[in-house]
Design a protein around this ligand. Structure first.
Ligand code: NAD
Length: 300
């Protein structure tokens, strides 16, 4: 069993760290938020007073932080306050956050410069998957490090993919989420068109979900109330995955596309819709609220 430091005990990190503690690892956590700390402490995680105290002496360090800038700050830090400065040489650091490719590359390079091993380890499966321990992990790094990471993440995982070298995990995550959010727009438009043409929403959903219009959003986030039990449309679009997170993931995917010389036109349209939700004060609502822009008068 390993000594594991976990930085960022939020909606995802808290339950994920809890699975590692339940599996018998000694888990030491840190978060700047008092609520996150209290919940993690109740789940058997020993709480440290800052990043260096959590990381010093750990064999493995996990991070689960909101955005790229938080990851750079917590890992890089300054004056010895960051993970890379405090971790022992040879420690394995896994970042499960969704970051942009340039930040992931920076993590690999900064870690290597200090003799620390780094694996990009983003996840899919949401808060429900974090609680259930059924996340999909996408691992990118040196072969030996990624293989070690694949064993470590098992208590939190339903599926584990060793994707390839540095940044390949985050590349898989961003390409997947680009597809997800374009599919969400497609299912929103199809669902609204079917309803306006007089179809019973449940009958049309049954057809689409076994036909060529099928997708994960059709089966999970169908944006018409009363059709799919898991849909946020049943609960006033209270968030399962916020519009703000969707905007972040898409902007990172589009930045990667631009750097690769690709024209991701459908992705740009989807990003525009999530930016509009945020501008209009719906950033903390579920991303499936984009269905409101299908109707010209903003009806959901
Ligand atoms: P969250 O905001 O609930 O958790 C992030 C935590 O990081 C917070 O508790 C925050 O206080 C803490 N934090 C911020 N700055 C810190 C610092 N300097 N030091 C220590 N702690 C700090 O977010 P989340 O939903 O748990 O998501 C975490 C990451 O996982 C994000 O990158 C997100 O994109 C990714 N992700 C989220 C989901 C999801 O459904 N929520 C799904 C897949 C991936």
């Amino acid at each position: 069993m390993a000594v594991i430091a976990w930085i960022g005990l939020g909606h995802m990190g808290g339950p994920m760290a809890g699975h590692l503690a339940a599996a018998g690892h000694e888990v030491v956590g840190f978060d700047v938020d008092a609520n996150a700390v209290a919940q993690a402490s109740a789940a058997g995680i020993r709480i440290a007073r800052d990043v260096p105290s959590a990381v010093t002496g750990a064999d493995v360090v996990f991070t689960s932080l909101p955005r790229s800038e938080h990851v750079r700050e917590v890992l890089g830090g300054d004056a010895g306050g960051g993970v890379f400065a405090a971790a022992r040489p040879g420690a394995l650091v896994l970042d499960t956050s969704t970051v942009d490719v340039a930040t992931s590359r920076w993590c690999h390079e900064a870690a290597e410069a200090r003799g620390i091993r780094f694996v990009d380890a983003p996840v899919s499966g949401g808060i429900a998957g974090a609680h259930a321990g059924t996340l999909t992990f996408m691992l990118g790094g040196a072969a030996d490090d990624a293989a070690e990471a694949a064993v470590l993440v098992q208590p939190m995982a339903g599926h584990v993919f060793v994707v390839g070298g540095p940044t390949s995990g985050i590349a898989a995550k961003l390409a997947n989420n680009l597809m997800l959010f374009i599919s969400l727009l497609a299912s929103s438009e199809g669902a609204r068109l079917a309803a306006e043409l007089g179809l019973d929403p449940s009958v049309f959903h049954d057809i689409a979900s076994v036909s060529s219009g099928d997708s994960w959003p059709v089966r999970t986030w169908y944006p018409v109330p009363g059709v799919v039990p898991t849909s946020p449309a049943n609960r006033n679009f209270d968030a399962t995955f916020t519009a703000r997170l969707a905007e972040k993931d898409l902007s990172y995917a589009l930045a990667a596309g631009e750097a690769a010389g690709l024209d991701l036109a459908a992705g740009r349209l989807a990003l525009d819709r999530f930016e509009r939700l945020i501008d209009e004060g719906y950033g903390d609502k579920d991303c499936s609220l984009v269905v409101k822009y299908v109707a010209r008068d903003g009806r959901t």
